[in-house]
Design a protein around this ligand. Structure first.
Ligand code: 5AD
Ligand code: SF4
Length: 417
């Protein structure tokens, strides 16, 4: 979402006459887009901003902190950091008139819904591009700062989404990823997310659609039925579970149980057995016991995700979990997350080995950073395949036979050549 927001920021600044520079020494303005979901991200970005201090003094460069940290910490950032402006995620249209100093406070009024519909994002060249379909989150998971810093859920009108995707297809993007904090609670009047996918599927020239992030409690049968039916919809689903313990899931306010989640996965796999699944796990939530942790490990083993993103619980100011007793020691959180990461690593390797021999449709994304005679390509299931090729093939579709696995990526050869 932040990468997509940065593209929107570039578009807004371009319309105000700014040009982007390759050398930071030539900049008049530096915008640092930030994440506030975990403390590690916040500390890193603050350290980065402090490193700009000599440059700012020397060159009179202005520095703006944008994004969720701006919204979360607001005015106090002006005191703590060598910066000039603080601007929250729904206020980027004020970037063209930066006199205000501080522009925060998420809003859900129509004219400031954060979709920046009057501006064209400056999209990074490539195969895939981002299209925001909704913003904000109403779920209030007890550990999460997002509802506070990105505000209430708002959906972009479906006709605007269709027009935007038609535009990116005509610019040459064959693939879009639909973005939202909670994409499957998308609604435009009576139209729901699955209806939107069906409309998008009809767009001429569009080859692949992905979406993230989904919440298990909103993953309807209608949406599951789109998989395997819509030719553009890729067989990949990111479905964060966070924990395998019902006690912790309830304390997190996730709205489902371990059993509900497992039944959902069974339903999805029954519909599309080959679907690839990934998840987010949050380790070390307040009050998480050894038994709770063991339940999470067991769930990860039983589901057999293709990939997982594991996080250490980070206490966020203003959230319900921040005031819970029984905050765990860092050593315990680190040990638990490492255990889960190691289990998932083995599963990922095993899953990738199982792909050997498969015939896959891939799209070429670029030249391998490690070997210039190789290209990296992506399966519909979001796996990377490395094969012989050249830069001129970027964007083309190939049929490959998977011949090996490096653990993380697959190796392949062109089929029928
Ligand atoms: N600490 C650690 N991880 C968090 N996430 C959200 N809030 C926190 C937090 N306070 C994780 C969740 C979510 C992902 C985007 O970030 O796992 O799915
Ligand atoms: Fe945060 Fe929960 Fe909303 Fe995801 S669904 S953004 S974890 S509050």
């Amino acid at each position: 979402m932040n990468v997509s927001d940065s593209e929107a920021i570039s578009g807004i600044l371009a319309s105000a006459g700014y040009l982007s520079v390759d050398d930071i020494e030539n900049a008049d303005l530096i915008i640092v887009n930030t994440c506030a979901v975990r403390d590690t991200a916040v500390s890193k970005v603050k350290a980065q901003i402090c490193r700009f201090k000599p440059l700012r003094n020397r060159k009179k460069i202005k520095i703006a902190v944008a994004g969720c940290l701006a919204e979360h910490e607001g005015e106090s950032l002006l005191k703590d950091l060598p910066i000039d402006y603080v601007i929250g995620p729904d206020r980027y249209k004020f970037l063209s008139e930066l006199e205000g100093g501080v522009r925060v406070s998420v809003s859900s009024t129509d004219d400031e819904n954060g979709f920046y519909s009057g501006f064209s994002p400056v999209r990074k060249k490539g195969v895939n591009t981002w299209v925001q379909v909704m913003r904000g989150c109403d779920n209030f998971c007890s550990y999460c700062v997002v509802p506070y810093v990105r505000g209430r859920e708002r959906s972009k009108p479906s006709k605007d989404i269709i027009r935007e995707i038609e535009g990116v297809v005509s610019e040459g993007f064959p693939e879009v990823t639909l973005l939202g904090q909670n994409v499957n609670s998308y609604k435009d009047g009576d139209l729901r997310f699955h209806d939107l996918l069906r409309h998008i599927d009809k767009i001429k020239g569009l080859k692949r659609v992905r979406f993230m992030t989904s919440h298990p409690k909103d993953l309807s049968d209608d949406l599951i039925n789109c998989f395997g039916e819509l030719s553009t919809l890729c067989e990949y689903l990111h479905l964060p579970v966070q924990s395998g313990s019902d006690k912790i899931l309830a304390a997190m306010n996730r709205g489902y149980t371990n059993k509900d989640y497992r039944l959902l996965i069974d339903k999805i796999r029954k519909r599309v057995p080959s679907i690839a699944l990934s998840t987010d796990i949050l380790s070390g939530f307040p009050g998480e016991s050894d038994e709770d942790h063991a339940l999470t490990l067991q769930l990860v083993k039983d589901i057999g995700y293709d990939a997982g993103f594991m996080f250490i619980y980070s206490k966020r100011k203003g959230t319900k979990a921040a005031s819970m007793e029984e905050q765990l020691k860092r050593e315990i959180k680190v040990a638990r997350v490492n255990e889960i990461i190691n289990v998932q690593m083995e599963i990922t390797k095993a899953k990738n080995s199982q792909c050997i021999g498969n015939i896959e449709e891939v799209i070429v994304e670029g030249v391998s950073p490690r070997n210039p005679s190789k290209i990296t390509a992506r399966t519909r299931t979001f796996k990377n395949v490395i094969l012989d090729g050249t830069a001129s093939e970027v964007g083309s579709f190939l049929t490959v036979r998977v011949t090996g696995s490096t653990g993380w990526a697959l190796e392949g050869e062109r089929e029928g050549v």
